[in-house]
Design a binder for this molecule. Structure first.
Ligand SMILES: [Zn+2]
Length: 286
C-alpha cells in the first residue's frame, strides 16, 4: 500500500500482514486526530469487539503535533508530542482489538486546504483495500476546521469509488459539537450502553490530551449518558449510553448533492420544529 507521507504507519495489533489485516475490515472510523475515533466511533468498535467476522479499522489523518500540553508533557517538543500521541493511538487499537490502525501523519494544514489531493489519494487507497461496509467520520456541522476538512476529503474519496464498492452506510458523528439539535426523526441513534469499562479504557489511554487540561474521558461518557436520558421526553431510559450521528450516505451516493445543501435540510427541519411548537403553544394575538 502506498501512502503519501514517508512517516505514515499501519499498525496491526495481532501481527497479520497489512493488506490482509485491512481487507478483513467491516467497520471503519476515519478521524482527524488521535482520540477522535474513540470519542465518535465507539458504535463501530463495539460492533466488532471480540467478533469473529467483524473487524474495526481506524484511520487518523493528522500528525497530532500541534496539540496543547501540560503536566508531565509540558516541556515536550512538537515532535515528542507527535510520538506520544501516536503511541496512545496504538494502545487504543490494542485495547479495542482493531483490525488495523492507520496513522497517515499529514499536517493539519493539508487537511484544511481544499485543493490538497494527498489526503484524498491516501483515503482512496485505503478504502479500495479495506472496502468497509460502515464508515464513521466527523459530521459536517462540527466546529473544528480540521474535523470538517477530513469529512470533505472523505466524501470526495468515497465518490470516486465504483458504486458497488462504496460503503452501505456513512455516518457523521459527534466530537466538537453534539447532534442533539437534529430533529429526532433525522437522528441516527446508536445504543452504546455496553462495555462501559471498555469505553473508559479507550478514552483513558489518551493521557496526553487529558493531562493537557481537557477531561475528554468524562465529557464523552457524560454526553453519551445525557443523549440516552434526553433522547425521549416520555418513558424510561432504554439505554445508558447513546451516540448520535448524521446519515451522510446520500452525499456519497449522489455526487451532485452539495454538502451545504444537504446539511441545510437538517437545519431547516430543526428550525421548522421550533417554529411549529411556538406557533402551536403561543396565545393568539389580541
Ligand atoms: Zn479531533
Amino acid at each position: 500500500m502506498r501512502l503519501a507521507s514517508d512517516t505514515a504507519e499501519v499498525f496491526v495489533p495481532d501481527g497479520t500482514p497489512v493488506e490482509l489485516a485491512l481487507a478483513r475490515t467491516t467497520h471503519m472510523g476515519i478521524g482527524a486526530h488521535q482520540d477522535d475515533l474513540e470519542i465518535m466511533a465507539f458504535d463501530g468498535i463495539l460492533a466488532c469487539f471480540q467478533q469473529k467476522d467483524k473487524w474495526f479499522s481506524g484511520v487518523v489523518v493528522t500528525d497530532g503535533s500541534g496539540s496543547p500540553r501540560d503536566g508531565v508533557y509540558r516541556e515536550y517538543s512538537d515532535d515528542e508530542m507527535r510520538r506520544v500521541r501516536r503511541s496512545e493511538q496504538k494502545k487504543a487499537a490494542v485495547v479495542g482489538g482493531y483490525a488495523a490502525q492507520l496513522l497517515l501523519d499529514h499536517p493539519s494544514s493539508a487537511v484544511k486546504d481544499g485543493a490538497n489531493r494527498a489526503v484524498v489519494d491516501d483515503l482512496i487507497e485505503i478504502l479500495r483495500i479495506a472496502r468497509p461496509e460502515v464508515v464513521y467520520t466527523h459530521n459536517p456541522a462540527d466546529k473544528h476546521d480540521t474535523h470538517v476538512g477530513v469529512t470533505l476529503k472523505l466524501i470526495q474519496a468515497l465518490r470516486t469509488l465504483p458504486e458497488g464498492d462504496r460503503p452501505t452506510k456513512v455516518y457523521g458523528c459527534e466530537v466538537w459539537r453534539d447532534l442533539d439539535w437534529l430533529a429526532d426523526s433525522d437522528k441516527v441513534a446508536f445504543d452504546v450502553s455496553a462495555h462501559e469499562n471498555l469505553q473508559a479504557a479507550l478514552l483513558g489511554v489518551f493521557d496526553s490530551q487529558i493531562a493537557g487540561g481537557k477531561r475528554y474521558d468524562l465529557a464523552t461518557m457524560g454526553r453519551r449518558r445525557a443523549n440516552a436520558t434526553y433522547f425521549a421526553s416520555h418513558g424510561v431510559d432504554i439505554a445508558n449510553g447513546m451516540a448520535f450521528a448524521m446519515d451522510l450516505t446520500p452525499l456519497v451516493m449522489d455526487p451532485r448533492l452539495g454538502v451545504w445543501e444537504y446539511v441545510k435540510r437538517f437545519l431547516d427541519a430543526f428550525s421548522d420544529e421550533i417554529c411549529d411548537r411556538l406557533t402551536r403553544l403561543q396565545s393568539p394575538p389580541t
